[in-house]
Every structure is written in structure tokens, then in C-alpha cells.
Write a protein that binds this ligand. Structure first.
Ligand code: MSP
Length: 497
């Protein structure tokens, strides 16, 4: 069976409305999926919702709804936003899906049988919002060391996954596979942690007396599974009942996550897979956080950016473009409306939009022949970028791809100023005029193709105005048989706001 490209996002908690942070992971994964599809590869792009656990149970109770009613409504909200953001996911998994629950139970049973799950009594401090246990020594000023919120002391019997037994195997794996955890700073963080601390066993159950909203343990009906143990398994369970058949999807090509959930993925998930004798994903990439004036976005601070407001004012594509151009993927970024406006006006309206407008207007006005002559370096620039794309996307260097595309946009604008097609026309230099406008036309066409994963609607608009077919990037080549005959009157791509 051939191996497909399998891209995942985290499953979002359905305790609060989706915001810019969720949209970020989603758009990045979408760009990656669209890129691979455009090269003719088989892709399975999965997203979904994380619906069990205390946080969700609490959110439902606050709204006076049953957890099921609450999660049904919230899952629709996420789906709706993904449609509005033009997210091309192939599957949407909900951890309340019966088939997912079945797989979780099967794998739990397997680990229990193997002796990798054991019952023990336990005292610990529990952070409800993070759904994580801490030891007394981990607390900072008596609060959760991760989010700084209050923790609850809990004493009970629970089931543990014997994660500690996999510590040295995990260190070795990360050391031998330098691209497993990316970017490098996150890899070093995980290695530093593993090399300097003794890994604990992981508490993977919650007594039903305290939490009923979860998947029952197949070997003890008084308990439900810890939400992370349930949720992480989605990446695998989806390949059994959502992904298209006939292609092998596991191991996943890339798990895209935020840096706050790096430990759960790189340590919990990796060791779970090791214990199950299953191959580990090829890559876990942790991106940074969007902040507002340097502060974490949160409902309580009232500084949460709503993606819907932004796309209403500025268009979906400019929002997608901004998030991936503004910040190196992997680093934190501060969101500012001024910077957004400036990118819209400068990069999109002035540089890209005007380029299309000028080129089409000149072709319409001067009516040159489509004429392949000296490409004046554009062919080389396009070819070089095209052959670098696999590596750039492989390292999730989204802003580098956009920088390189913009080098061509800028070069084309400079070329117009230097070549002065209006003078070539005035002086009757018909052949050179045809050559220059053909070069600009070809450059724009390739820009539109390479922009398509980032700005799918804009790419189609450009191609429509140019009268060229909706080509894939696998079709890229300099000056195939073409003509100017289907060109239309230019319409501004990014109107003034
Ligand atoms: N349910 C877990 C994930 C389980 S995956 C098997 C979870 N959900 S979450 O809804 O809280 O977060 C989902 C993702 O959104 C995380 O990757 C997180 O990093 C990302 N973001 C949430 N807020 C963010 C920002 N302000 N900026 C960037 N991304 C952040 O964790």
C-alpha cells in the first residue's frame, strides 16, 4: 500500500469559542495540505474537537446543558469557522464518536494486558483548566506552574500508565531523529527536560464519582479515561474509520500543535506509541503563541481576537496571509491591527494587486503578441523557488515561502519601471514590448500558482482575470503554449478599506 501524507491539528476543546490561536494552527495545516495536494500527492488532513474531560463538563453545566448537547453545538461552531476560513480538512473527528471510543478502549486494554497500566493510590494537585496533575514540588506559589491558576488537592486510587519505563528509549529516539520535534528550540527544551528530570508515570484515569464525562476504562467501569489519553489517540483512530481506505496513513507525516501542548505530544503520545509498539509520527511541530500587546490572549483579559471580525473587514485571504507572513512559524507573535492594515495595503493591495492591474491593463491597451523571448531572469527565479518548495514546506517555513514569492512580485514591479512598456509602445518596439509583457504575464501566473495554498481565493481570481486555467503547481513551467486571448479587464484584488 502506498503511504499518504497525513497532517493533523490539535483537537480543540469545546469549552470556549474558537479564536485566532485556533485559527492559526488550522490555517498553517491547511496551507501544508493544499501544497502537497497541489503537487499531486495523496493527502489526509484531519482536525476535530476534544469533547471529554472536566473542563467541557463544567462549561456544559454552566450553560445548563447536557455535555452532549453542549458539545454538539460547539463542534458545529468550529466547523462553521473552518468553512469560513476556507480550511480544506478531509476529516473532522470528535472524541465522542463511537468508533473513536472503541479504538481508545481497545488500546487501553492492550496496554493493561501488557502490564503497562497499573492501579495505585495517589495524592496530587490538579489543575482543572489544564486537566493536569502536579506534584507538590512542581507548584509555583501553590499554583499551577503552567497557567498560574488555582489547583485542587486530590487523593484517590487511580490507574497509571508506566511512562517512566520509556524515558531512556524516548531520549534515544529524539536524539537519533533530529527532525522529530521541531523547531530546534522546542526539541532542546524536551531533551533538556528529559535529561534533567525523572519522568513520572502518568495518571490516566478519573473516578466517575468526580468526572463522568469520559470514556469508561474497559477493565474498570468505575473510572473514565484521562482526557489527554483519549484525545491523543484520535490521530490514530481516525486512520481506522475516517481516512480514505487503500492508502497507508500511519505514521502521521506531521502533527501541528501549539508550544503549550508540546509535553503531552512529545512525551505522553510518543511513549504511548512506544508501549503499543506502533511507529511514531514523522514530525511534531510546535508553533508559537499570538499575544496582544505582549500579553496572552484570554477571555478574562478581554483581549481575544475574533477571526470572524477580521475576515469580514479584510477578507479571508488577507487574514491567512498575515498570520503566516508576519511571524516565523515556531516563534511567538504580537497581533496588531496596525501591522495587519499595513501588510494589507503594502504587500497585498500595492505590490501584488497593482502588479496584476498594471500588467493586465497594459496587455489590454497595447495588444501585444504572446511572445517567448529572453525571460530576463524570471524563469530562473521561478524555477529555483519551485525546486526549493519541498524543503521549505518540509521545515514549515511558511514565511520564507512567502518572502521568496514576494521577491518575484517586487522584481516584476521593478521590471515594469525599468523596461517602461509605455515607451516601448510609443517607440514602436513591438517585439520587445511583447517579450516584456509576456515575461510579466508568466511571472504573475507562477506567482498565482505558488500563492494558491496560502490564498486560494486570490489565486483563482488572478488566474481568472488572466484567462488561464486553474493550474496546479505540478504544472509549473516557464512559458508553456499560452496566449493573452482570454484576458479580462482587471478588477482590484484588495480594494481599499
Ligand atoms: N484539546 C487540547 C489538544 C488535544 S490534541 C490531541 C487543547 N486544546 S485547545 O483548544 O486548548 O488548544 C488547541 C490549540 O490552540 C493548541 O495548539 C494551542 O497552542 C492553540 N492556541 C490556543 N491559543 C493560542 C494563541 N493565543 N496563539 C497561538 N495558538 C494558541 O490544547
Amino acid at each position: 500500500m502506498s503511504k499518504g501524507i497525513y497532517i493533523t491539528t490539535p483537537l480543540y476543546y469545546v469549552n470556549a469559542d474558537p479564536h485566532i490561536g485556533h485559527a492559526y494552527t488550522q490555517i498553517a495545516a491547511d496551507v501544508l495540505a493544499r501544497y502537497h495536494r497541489s503537487r499531486g500527492r495523496k493527502v489526509f488532513f484531519l482536525t476535530g474537537t476534544d469533547e471529554h474531560g472536566q473542563k467541557v463538563q463544567k462549561a456544559a453545566a454552566e450553560k445548563n446543558l447536557s455535555p452532549k448537547r453542549h458539545t454538539d453545538g460547539m463542534a458545529e461552531k468550529f466547523k462553521d469557522l473552518w468553512t469560513k476560513l476556507n480550511i480544506s480538512n478531509d476529516g473532522f473527528i470528535r472524541t465522542t464518536d463511537e468508533k473513536h471510543k472503541k479504538t481508545v478502549k481497545r488500546l487501553l486494554k492492550e496496554l493493561y494486558k501488557k502490564g503497562d497500566i497499573q492501579k495505585r493510590s495517589y495524592t496530587g494537585w490538579y489543575c482543572v483548566p489544564d486537566e493536569r496533575f502536579w506534584k507538590e514540588k512542581d507548584l509555583e506559589d501553590g499554583k499551577c506552574p503552567d497557567c498560574g491558576r488555582e489547583v485542587e488537592k486530590i487523593e484517590e486510587e487511580n490507574y497509571f500508565f508506566l511512562m517512566s519505563g520509556y524515558q531512556s528509549k524516548l531520549i534515544k529516539y529524539i536524539e537519533e531523529n533530529p527532525d522529530y520535534i521541531m523547531p530546534g528550540i522546542r526539541r532542546n527544551e524536551v531533551l533538556g527536560f528529559l535529561n534533567n528530570n525523572e519522568l513520572d508515570d502518568l495518571c490516566i484515569s478519573r473516578p466517575k464519582s468526580r468526572l463522568s464525562w469520559g470514556i469508561s476504562l474497559p477493565f474498570d467501569n468505575n473510572y473514565v479515561t484521562y482526557v489527554w489519553f483519549d484525545a491523543l489517540i484520535n490521530y490514530y483512530s481516525a486512520t481506522e474509520y475516517i481516512a480514505p481506505e487503500g492508502i497507508s496513513w500511519w505514521p502521521a507525516t506531521c502533527h501541528l500543535i501549539g508550544k503549550d501542548i508540546l509535553t503531552t505530544h512529545s512525551v505522553y503520545w510518543s511513549t504511548m506509541l512506544m508501549a503499543l509498539d506502533m511507529p511514531l509520527p514523522e514530525k511534531i511541530f510546535a508553533h508559537g503563541w499570538w499575544t496582544m500587546t505582549g500579553e496572552k490572549m484570554s477571555k478574562s483579559l478581554g483581549n481575544v481576537i475574533n477571526p470572524l471580525e477580521l475576515i469580514k473587514k479584510w477578507s479571508v485571504d488577507s487574514f491567512r496571509y498575515f498570520l503566516l507572513r508576519q511571524v516565523t512559524f515556531g516563534m511567538d507573535g504580537n497581533f496588531s491591527k496596525e501591522q495587519f492594515k499595513s501588510r494589507y495595503e503594502t504587500d497585498l493591495a500595492n505590490e501584488l494587486g497593482n502588479l496584476l492591474n498594471r500588467v493586465l491593463s497594459m496587455i489590454n491597451k497595447y495588444n501585444p503578441l504572446y511572445s517567448v523571448g529572453n525571460p530576463d531572469g524570471f524563469d530562473k527565479q521561478v524555477d529555483e523557488l519551485y525546486s526549493d518548495l519541498d524543503e521549505l514546506y518540509g521545515d514549515l517555513k511558511f514565511n520564507k515561502v512567502l518572502d521568496r514569492i514576494w521577491e518575484i512580485v517586487k522584481a516584476a514591479n521593478i521590471y515594469i519601471e525599468e523596461q517602461k512598456p509605455w515607451e516601448l509602445n510609443k517607440n514602436g518596439e513591438k517585439n520587445r514590448l511583447a517579450e516584456v509583457l509576456t515575461n510579466l504575464f508568466e511571472a504573475l501566473k507562477n506567482i498565482a500558482v505558488m500563492l494558491s495554498p496560502f490564498m486560494p481565493e486570490t489565486s483563482v481570481k488572478i488566474k481568472k482575470q488572466m484567462g488561464v486555467s486553474d493550474q496546479k503547481s505540478s504544472d509549473i513551467k516557464w512559458c508553456p503554449e499560452d496566449s493573452f486571448k482570454n484576458i479580462r479587464e482587471p478588477v482590484p484584488l484588495f480594494p481599499k478599506n
